[in-house]
Structures are given as structure tokens and as C-alpha cells.
Write a protein that binds this ligand. Structure first.
Ligand code: ZN
Length: 429
């Protein structure tokens, strides 16, 4: 597209900002069967969402507004025009990228849902890994029995699909293997046993890292090892954006970690948005499974005042992807039809954003118990969840006055699938 044509398109797209996108009444009132079906698929065992008078899980907010397989009530003329204009410019494919929801109160069976949405913004053309396109953000106000119940901000990418791959995407390239030699084999033997071993000179007791045949202090070739406690701080770090390397998912952080024992080592800092890493930040050792039995020591950031939550491991089956989409009445073909997904440039069907949303909600509910009240959830999607993968959710929580703020990250074999922030009121607060 020429620059003039592109700026003309941007101007026409911007004119849709602020216009009504749609609205209507939910096809069904909030109801127990849909809540039960959703909870079964997501694996949400929160007792307040079960029984005869269940509360709807907060992450179902948008579900009550979905049009389902038969479509309608559909968007406004303005929204249809915007979609048509984008399709004319080649943006025929669509994928959800971000979602942010605020919950004013829980929804109960019998409540009638009404909603109105507005086109909040349309971005200029951007290049993405799926293809070039425009981000369209809508904001929906949701009422239950006429009373405000929540707000749902949704961003999709409407894009020009790249050429469909001739065959499913090649497996993710493996990370480079460490070079193991006589001088450092003891270190890698330790890693295989999930131990971080530091050399200690037998003669002068000086610790050294990385592993070397002789002591830099006294020259002695005699040494033994000590187990690192695995705690330390970030002494220095860089955030890698470019150039891209196979098997690495930028941006990612490479840190010089000062271990509590006093030696320093280079590794990845994980579990925190790279932009939030600071010098002096405490970190804790963990072992990353880099595939085919290769473990690598990495360091998980512990932001000041935060505590870590145990991980949740979710096998991403074809059944979960399809059942998840149907439990939210999302009939976009890319979530159930592999042929259609391939025609749109994906190697297979992939999980819809609402299922990811539900899994993040489940993770938080499991960690904080049935008495916790979620007030807000915002997530951003990264790489897709394809069938056969495994999603591991990890999180940390910080006190924010009366509320708690949970940072959640979900990774799969392709990299970061989701990053999110959940604000909640813990039980008894
Ligand atoms: Zn020595």
C-alpha cells in the first residue's frame, strides 16, 4: 500500500472512534447450566460457582453477551462498515489480543444481561507476527437487570493473513546446548540433579564461578564444591529485543546475578516483565526444562513486597480448546476447524482468549479461595496455545492497600502465551 493510501485509510479508520459498536440483550439470562458447563471445561472448582444458586465466575462476563452460532443481534452499521473497510484493505482475519474487565458485582442466575459497546480506538497499520493490520478496541458496558455490573474492554487485531504454511509449523528450535568439557562437567552434572554447584578452592577456600581448573587466588588446582542456596540479587541486566535468535522469545532479560554466596553468574531473569526488573531485585533459582531433558538454571524475580504463588500446569488438549470456545459460545472457526485455521495462517486451531481468561481466573480463585472477590482482570495474549502444548501459569501477589494485585504469566513451548494482572479483595478484607 502506498503511503498516501495508507494515511487516507488511517484517517477514515479514525473517524469510527467513539461510534457505537453494538448492543442488545443477552440471548439467555445468567443461568446455572452455562455456569456449570464453563466450570467443567475450565476446571474451576470454586464452590461459590456450584450448587443450586451458583455465582457466575467473573471471567464469564462477556459470555453472557455472545451471539452464538446463529449470530445477531450483531454490531451497528458503524461497526459493520469499519469491518468492511478493513476487509477491503486486506484485513480479512481477526484475532483477539487483549482483554480487560472490571466487575462491579457478581452475576446470579436469572439476571437479564444488557450491553452497549463503543469503538474506542482504531490503530494505524502495524506489523505483527501474524501479518500487518489494525488493532480495534471496543468498550462494552454491561448491566444485569438494568444495574451496572461490569465493563469489558476488548482489543482485536484485524490483519492480512500471511501465506498459509504448507505444513504445520516446524517444532520450536531448541535452545543452544551448553558446551560441556572436563573443566565444567561437574557443574552440568549438578544442574541435572537440580543443584547449582560453586567451586571452592581446597587450599584458600575461595569460591569461584564460572568453573575453572585452577584458583585465581592461590593457583591451586585442588577444589571441591558447595551447593548454592539459590538466592541472589540482580547485579546488572540487559533486555534483549533485537536481533532475534531461534528458540528465544524477545523481549527477555539476561541478568548478571549476584548469588548470596558472593559469586556472580549470567542467566535469564524470568517471571517479571523485563521493564520491571531493577538492579538489586531479589531473585530465586529455578530450573527451566529446555526440552529433551536439558535443564538450565534461571532466576525468577521476586519483586519487593511480592510473594510467589505455586504454578498451575494445564495440558492444552484439542478438547479443551474446542470445549472452551463452545462454553463461551465463541464459534470463530479458528478455534474448532483446523482447515479454516490453516487458511488464516495458523498451523492448527488455537485457544480463544476467553478460555485463557477463564484459566487465569481459575488460577487466581484456586490460590485465594472461595472468599476472594475479583474486581478486575486484564490480560494480554502472546504466542498461541495450540493442541498438544502445555500451559504453565505462575504468579506473584502484592498488597495494594485493601486490595491484592496478582501478576500472572502463562508460558507454553512457544514462549509467553499470556501476561495478566488481577486485582482482588482477599477473604475477610
Ligand atoms: Zn585458592
Amino acid at each position: 500500500m502506498s503511503e498516501t493510501a495508507s494515511s487516507d485509510l488511517d484517517r477514515r479508520l479514525r473517524a469510527y472512534q467513539g461510534r457505537a459498536a453494538g448492543g442488545g440483550t443477552g440471548k439467555d439470562p445468567v443461568n446455572a447450566p452455562m455456569i456449570r458447563h464453563w466450570c467443567e471445561v475450565i476446571g474451576d472448582r470454586n464452590p461459590v460457582c456450584a450448587g443450586k444458586e451458583p455465582l457466575a465466575p467473573p471471567a464469564m462476563l462477556q459470555v453472557w453477551t455472545m451471539a452464538g452460532l446463529s449470530g445477531g443481534p450483531g454490531g451497528t452499521g458503524a461497526y459493520a462498515e469499519l469491518t468492511a473497510l478493513l476487509a477491503e484493505s486486506g484485513c480479512t482475519a481477526v484475532v483477539a489480543t487483549d482483554c480487560e474487565q472490571e466487575y462491579l458485582r457478581p452475576l446470579r442466575p436469572g439476571e437479564v444481561i444488557t450491553f452497549e459497546s463503543v469503538i474506542e480506538s482504531v490503530s494505524p497499520r502495524k506489523r505483527t507476527r501474524l501479518g500487518a493490520g489494525h488493532f480495534v478496541t471496543t468498550v462494552m458496558e454491561i448491566r444485569a437487570d438494568g444495574v451496572p455490573a461490569g465493563r469489558h474492554r476488548f482489543r482485536v487485531l484485524r490483519y492480512t493473513p500471511g501465506a498459509p504454511p504448507a505444513k504445520p509449523a516446524a517444532p520450536r528450535p531448541e535452545r543452544p546446548r551448553p558446551v560441556v568439557n572436563r573443566d565444567n562437567a561437574g557443574f552440568w552434572d549438578g544442574v541435572a540433579e537440580r543443584r547449582l554447584l560453586i567451586q571452592r578452592c581446597t587450599d584458600c577456600e575461595r569460591l569461584r564461578f564460572p568453573w575453572l581448573p585452577g584458583c585465581a587466588g592461590c593457583g591451586s588446582p585442588r577444589w571441591t564444591t558447595v551447593d548454592s542456596a539459590g538466592t541472589g540479587t540482580v547485579h546488572s541486566f540487559v533486555v534483549m529485543h533485537h536481533p532475534p535468535f531461534p528458540a528465544f522469545d524477545p523481549p527477555y532479560a539476561v541478568g548478571l546475578i549476584e548469588l548470596a554466596e558472593g559469586v556472580r553468574m549470567i542467566s535469564n531473569v524470568v517471571g517479571v516483565e523485563p521493564g520491571r526488573i531493577t538492579v538489586g531485585m531479589p531473585v530465586r533459582l529455578e530450573f527451566l526444562d529446555a526440552g529433551e531433558g536439558q535443564l538450565l538454571p534461571v532466576f525468577r524475580a521476586v519483586e519487593p513486597g511480592r510473594r510467589l504463588l505455586p504454578p498451575l500446569v494445564v495440558p492444552v488438549t484439542r478438547t479443551l480448546i474446542i470445549a472452551g470456545a463452545l462454553a463461551c459460545r465463541d464459534y470463530q472457526d479458528v478455534h474448532h476447524d483446523p482447515e479454516a485455521a490453516r487458511a488464516k495462517g495458523a498451523p492448527d486451531i488455537f485457544m480463544n482468549i476467553l478460555t485463557t481468561y477463564g484459566l487465569v481466573g481459575r488460577y487466581v480463585a484456586e490460590n485465594f479461595g472461595p472468599g476472594a472477590v475479583i474486581e478486575r482482570m486484564a490480560i494480554r495474549l502472546g504466542v498461541p496455545n495450540y493442541p498438544g502444548d502445555v500451559l504453565t501459569l505462575t504468579g506473584s501477589v502484592a498488597d495494594r492497600g485493601e486490595l491484592s494485585e496478582v501478576a500472572v504469566t502463562g508460558v507454553n513451548a512457544l514462549g509467553r502465551h499470556v501476561m495478566g494482572t488481577v486485582t482482588l479483595r482477599e477473604a475477610g478484607r
